[in-house]
Design a protein around this ligand. Structure first.
Ligand SMILES: NC(=O)c1ccc[n+]([C@@H]2O[C@H](COP(=O)([O-])OP(=O)(O)OC[C@H]3O[C@@H](n4cnc5c(N)ncnc54)[C@H](OP(=O)(O)O)[C@@H]3O)[C@@H](O)[C@H]2O)c1
Length: 391
């Protein structure tokens, strides 16, 4: 209560940020002290005016100036709030100062980062400091990686304890993406060497369970259990799941997670593989990167109508100790509507829920787990057991 705010959202003038601001305006509990922050206070004012048209109480939300590249303004902002949520990406370019400021100030932090290099570098630079101050630093609190991380945790809860467990996740969606996501994806794909270096450096300092095995192999196959082609999905999700498995003994002595995109028809599967390979190649060429980024600028994203038609399902098949369980997490537009909901609920969970007494860089499942799942269920995401049987 020594802080002026419970939650501050940074990046609200962007595409995902504006949706998150709208979600918070509609869902903060009575008495929650929250604010919008960014470098463009005029843009924030315009956003607040639009929010207040449908949620009158939003007219009183304070607007705070911050430029994430100005260390003094970020430090001041981090000290003013209990929880800082940020959608300022690409995080590799813009994010490390904000994480460090929160770690220093003992401020809880959530973001939408799906960039492994950023998350690993943030761990190397800020995890130890956050443990000293009590800050909880939780990355990837959007579609990347909450449905996957909490979905695996939910699946593990339905399997026997103390035995080797195998979980496969199959993602299906028809969604489109924003300029900010495109910029972050191209940035990540163009930085392969730096990403590998950051991962290696992290491995050299991060404690890892000595007596438990955790693996996340990559591969492609036809998966009869879901009737689809299973293609490797080059997202941060398996890394997040493996970190949850490392932190939580309930994942058993030998845990394997495989993360796939599920595609029903072979030509589409082959097209998707060619598309990923093409994007990875193009991302190496600065001129081509600029040309693609120019087609879909930061701030642009799928229209309300396009998002209203979007959906996702993640089907999990878990097995161990003679039992197989099929579970599913599903919802609407994954990249933005559900992402705004997930980021908003993550910030609210850190601010108001009774959570494990932990600090440092934590995954969503470790930091918030069942409390966040309960919030997301109330907010309309579905977590369900589809079937289970002895094998
Ligand atoms: N995890 C997931 O599932 C998921 C889903 C969706 C998006 N994302 C990620 O979320 C991020 C945002 O996406 P988006 O589409 O919302 O991007 P966007 O529309 O480009 O928004 C970026 C925001 O960052 C702000 N910003 C840029 N530089 C800044 C600075 N120096 N100081 C303060 N604010 C600054 C921009 O403010 P101005 O208005 O002043 O330019 C804008 O508000 C991307 O990294 C994307 O990959 C992740």
């Amino acid at each position: 209560m020594d802080r002026a705010y419970d939650i501050v959202l940074v990046g609200a003038t962007g595409f995902a940020g504006a949706l998150t601001a709208d979600y918070l305006a509609r869902h903060v509990p009575e008495g929650c002290r929250w604010a919008l922050a960014g470098r463009n206070v005029e843009g924030l004012g315009e956003l607040r005016r639009r929010l207040a048209e449908s949620v009158p109480s939003a007219a009183g939300v304070p607007l705070l100036h911050v430029d994430v590249h100005d260390p003094d303004s970020v430090r001041e902002l981090a000290r003013s709030t209990r929880v800082l949520a940020t959608t300022v990406g690409p995080y590799t370019e813009h994010g490390l100062g904000t994480v460090a400021a929160c770690a220093d100030a003992g401020t809880d932090y959530v973001d939408l980062a799906g960039e492994p290099e950023f998350v690993d570098t943030a761990y190397i630079r800020s995890h130890a400091r956050a443990r000293e101050t009590g800050a909880r630093l939780v990355h990837a609190c959007g579609f990347d990686s909450v449905p996957h991380d909490l979905g695996v945790q939910f699946t593990v809860e339905h399997l026997p304890k103390g035995v080797p467990l195998r979980v496969d996740g199959f993602v299906r969606t028809n969604a489109a993406f924003s300029g900010g996501t495109l910029a972050s994806t191209l940035t990540a794909l163009s930085r392969g060497a730096q990403t590998i270096r950051a991962a290696r450096e992290r491995r050299s300092v991060e404690p890892w369970p000595a007596t438990r095995r955790i693996s996340t192999p990559i591969g492609a196959r036809f998966a009869p259990e879901v009737g689809a082609w299973a293609l490797p999905l080059p997202t941060i999700d398996p890394q997040v799941v493996s970190r949850s498995a490392a932190a939580l003994d309930s994942y058993g002595p030998d845990f394997r997670y495989r993360h796939y995109a599920a595609v029903r028809r072979l030509p589409i599967a082959l097209g998707a593989l060619a598309g990923v390979a093409g994007a990875a190649t193009v991302a190496q060429l600065p001129a081509a990167r600029r040309w693609i980024s120019g087609r879909l600028a930061p701030g642009d994203g799928p229209s309300d109508r396009r998002r209203a038609r979007s959906w996702f399902t993640v089907r999990f098949v878990g097995e161990g100790g003679g039992r197989r369980v099929y579970t599913e997490v599903s919802g609407g537009d994954p990249g933005y509507d559900e992402t705004a909901k997930i980021l908003g609920e993550s910030a609210l969970s850190l601010a108001f829920d009774e959570l494990p007494a932990l600090a440092g860089q934590l995954t969503p499942a470790v930091a918030m787990g069942p409390a966040l799942r309960a919030r997301l269920l109330r907010a309309g995401l579905r977590f369900r057991v589809v079937a289970q049987r002895e094998v």
